[in-house]
Design a protein around this ligand. Structure first.
Ligand SMILES: Cc1ncc(COP(=O)(O)O)c(C=O)c1O
Length: 386
């Protein structure tokens, strides 16, 4: 039962619900801080919207509801300053299908796709799904943040490169790219004749109070014509099990290719997911500001423990933590032996790192941090680190 009084502090037992996050460690004492969903209940206004839809009784094939389209357009305008007409929108059951359809929509025989790494691991499988070669270029780390390395990107970009895959805000480094960075990226895509697929699923999870999310396609009509932007309410409102996402594709030819690629491969969206997303995009309550405040508290606790091992997380609830000095072959496995289930960086293209999902009740977070501290101290004592 949800305890409204306890709010984000409530520890809801997810075991027995087949939740992917907890199921992975079923029967063990390992605490999961890996896959990107939150150990918080979805907000009451979303649960009520789903319940109301269920009460109708018939859960048949469903067209995209008008109120969802309007709520999404108003949300994108209200929160991120971008006005998009209905015909630019293509609805999908998830953002990951959108990444893969984007690649198919622009694929040319023998083409290649440029991907800055480390990155959310399904990005790395996109090229193979579209018969494209993969060109991975490392992000560069300064003291305070991870940045695009445009020199390296320029050198790596081939004449047959068709597509750039962007994660913004960035999973796993927690960057929210600035206007000047996005302008430089848009110029880079125009100069190299690239299409751009911009996954902006974490755009409402900006924790840094001096930062705001900028949809790259809103920068100019030129970059809009080359961009497929992907959005969903799933991360922000913790409803990823109710798949619903949307691609914004201003270019009519690109949109037709994308729709052609979707045909027969990607299933329609269910009525519960539509109802939940409509309620989410219409939200102007205090639920999200309170969530962000809670996440800032968890971020601070984690930063206190790991210090310079991580750059400040500007957005998302994911922290990218450098354990390379411990010289552990398998950091994920090492931490599991201390009862901590994090994502190993190898799958994101960042060996020696781990990703910590800090979207959970504070008490659970503290138990995890204690274990993390033991593991780090033991790593040092064994002479693994300096
Ligand atoms: C950057 C990014 N894109 C996409 C997804 C998944 O989106 P979906 O479940 O809608 O396919 C995630 C989930 O963690 C993510 O972090």
């Amino acid at each position: 039962m949800i305890d409204a009084e306890a709010g984000f502090d409530q520890e809801i037992d997810r075991r027995g619900t087949f939740a992917s996050k907890w199921e992975k460690y079923r029967g063990t004492d390992i605490l999961p801080f890996w896959v990107a969903d939150m150990d918080f209940a979805a907000p009451p206004f979303i649960l009520r919207a789903v319940e109301a839809r269920l009460r109708h009784g018939i859960l048949g094939y469903t067209e995209t509801p008008d109120d969802l389209v309007t709520a999404f357009q108003n949300w994108l305008q209200r929160r991120h300053g971008w006005t998009v007409p209905t015909q630019w929108l293509v609805w999908l059951p998830g953002v990951v299908p959108g990444l893969n359809l984007a690649a198919k929509a622009v694929a040319a025989t023998g083409g290649s796709i440029l991907i800055p790494t480390p990155v959310y691991h399904p990005f790395l499988r996109v090229p193979a799904h579209a018969d494209q070669a993969s060109i991975k270029v490392q992000l560069a780390r300064s003291h305070t943040r991870w940045e695009m390395d445009f020199d390296a990107l320029g050198e790596a970009c081939g004449r047959d490169t068709r597509l750039f895959l962007l994660s913004n805000p960035q999973n796993p480094t927690g960057r929210a790219y600035t206007l000047s960075e996005l302008t430089a990226l848009a110029d880079f895509c125009l100069e190299h004749d690239l299409y751009l697929c911009s996954d902006e699923i974490h755009c409402d999870l900006v924790l840094d109070e001096n930062t705001s999310h900028i949809p790259i396609a809103s920068l100019s009509p030129e970059i809009a014509q080359r961009t497929i932007s992907l959005y969903a309410a799933n991360k922000t409102y913790n409803i990823p099990g109710l798949g619903c996402a949307v691609a914004v594709i201003p270019n009519a030819k690109l949109r037709a290719n994308f729709l052609g690629a979707r045909e027969g491969l990607v299933h329609g969206i269910g009525p519960r997911a539509f109802a939940a997303s409509a309620a989410a995009f219409a939200d102007t309550s205090q639920w999200l500001p309170e969530l962000l405040e809670y996440l800032r508290g968890n971020r601070q606790r984690l930063q206190q423990l790991v210090g310079k091992r991580m750059t400040p997380v500007e957005a998302t609830y994911l922290a990218w933590i450098d354990l390379r000095d411990l010289s552990i072959d398998n950091p994920g496995g090492y931490l599991e032996s201390y009862g901590l289930g994090l994502s190993d960086g190898l799958i994101f293209g960042g060996p020696g790192y781990v990703r910590f999902n800090f979207a959970c009740p504070r008490a659970l977070m503290e138990r995890g941090l204690q274990r993390f501290e033991h593991a780090l101290n033991a790593g040092h004592e064994e002479g693994r680190g300096d």
